[in-house]
Design a protein around this ligand. Structure first.
Ligand code: ADP
Length: 338
């Protein structure tokens, strides 16, 4: 049995299904990212874990104890599950130490506050006020406030979505590193694939009230469970072809397959595995240069492909090019109806 489990959890709102039987298992000390498009049920699942919502069916267990089930319901404040929301601003008129003490409520002690500040490496800032902190330090204090009551699990609901891009990239890496340092069991809800890969030891990909796949970021990226997952976690060209003997013949030639499959299929080709050269197969329709790499859109036999190369652009819109595959075995799925 895993540290935290959701078993067959289902929830409807006004007759519409929000969760359609979700199983999730989180290990102690692990950071799990719950990734999916808006409306797929992430927040509902998080709220059910915290005890803020009651499911129609299923149960939640933590350390083997049932928190939510047909015959038992533990109140949110007795679960020792902390929740961090988007707006986790500090109180400007309180010092760092008092902000952290606030997380402890009336039962707080100075000992626990200084222990917690120690844990997150902020003891030297205990007497500062929030406006004397950098953005990163302020976020650490906010995390310290959530950690102070020693939750068994910390739940983050889109915690970084109010931050602008530069700060967001830095802070999410810092918070994720901190969760790993203190071996806090944590779940981060996000709709942002890149974010889920940075913060999650594993990623659970949700779609329409179900979990489609759970795995380490690299596994989900390389071996997506469906072409929907493939296109949701990063860019993908999904090409039709016919699979035989570990290969599929496609518009970009022979592509090796990651698994056994025969017959008509859809194969997932990541843009970074396409090689663009001088040739006569297709026409470049757009070029985007990002500094660290370049993407080409290429029209090839009526198919629009995206290729990503680590180089400054060699080709311009209108140029005729060849496109071939140079990558590991690709994921493929039997074509619908075959
Ligand atoms: P996500 O966090 O992935 O964006 P939510 O869990 O917030 O998704 O919502 C899942 C579905 O349940 C959505 O269709 C949403 O409109 C619906 N929903 C969520 N909470 C409520 C509520 N309190 N009342 C009615 N419908 C709700």
């Amino acid at each position: 049995m895993s540290y935290l489990q959701a078993n067959d959890v289902a929830k409807r709102f006004n007759g519409t299904s929000a969760l359609a039987g979700v199983d999730l298992a989180v290990e102690q000390g692990e950071s799990l990212a719950l990734l999916g498009p808006s409306g797929c049920g992430k927040t509902t699942l998080l709220r059910i874990l915290a005890g803020l919502e009651v499911p129609d069916r299923g149960d939640i267990t933590l350390e083997g104890e049932t928190l939510t089930g047909p015959a038992r319901f533990v109140a949110p404040e007795q679960r020792r599950i902390g929740m961090v929301f988007q707006d986790w601003a500090l109180f400007p008129h309180m010092t760092v130490a008092r902000n952290v003490a606030f997380g402890l409520g009336k039962a707080g002690s100075n000992g626990r506050v200084s222990e917690t500040l120690d844990l997150v490496g902020l003891s030297h800032l205990a007497d500062r006020y929030p406006d004397e902190l950098s953005g990163g330090q302020a976020q650490r204090v906010a995390v310290a406030r959530a950690l102070a009551p020693r939750p068994r699990v910390l739940l983050f609901d889109e915690p970084f979505s109010n931050l602008d891009t530069g700060l967001r990239t830095r802070i999410r890496a810092d918070v994720a590193a901190l969760m790993r340092e203190v071996r806090m069991t944590s779940i981060f809800v996000t709709h942002d694939q890149e974010e889920s890969f940075v913060v999650g030891d594993r990623v659970a990909v949700m779609r329409e009230g179900r979990i489609e796949q759970v795995g380490r970021p690299a596994d989900v990226y390389q071996n997506p469970a469906s072409s929907w997952v493939a296109t949701f976690v990063g860019e993908a060209n999904v090409l039709g072809g016919v699979a035989t003997n570990g290969h599929v013949s496609t518009a970009v030639g022979e592509v090796p397959l990651a698994g056994p499959l025969r017959g008509p299929c859809e194969v997932v080709i990541r843009p970074e595995y396409l090689v663009v050269g001088r040739g006569d197969q297709g026409v470049v329709s757009a070029v985007e240069f990002y500094g660290h790499d370049t993407t080409y859109q290429v029209a090839l036999n009526g198919t629009k492909l995206v290729a990503r190369v680590i180089a400054a652009p060699d080709f311009a819109p209108g140029d005729r090019v060849s496109v071939s595959y140079a990558g590991p075995g690709a994921a493929a799925f039997a074509a619908a109806g075959s």
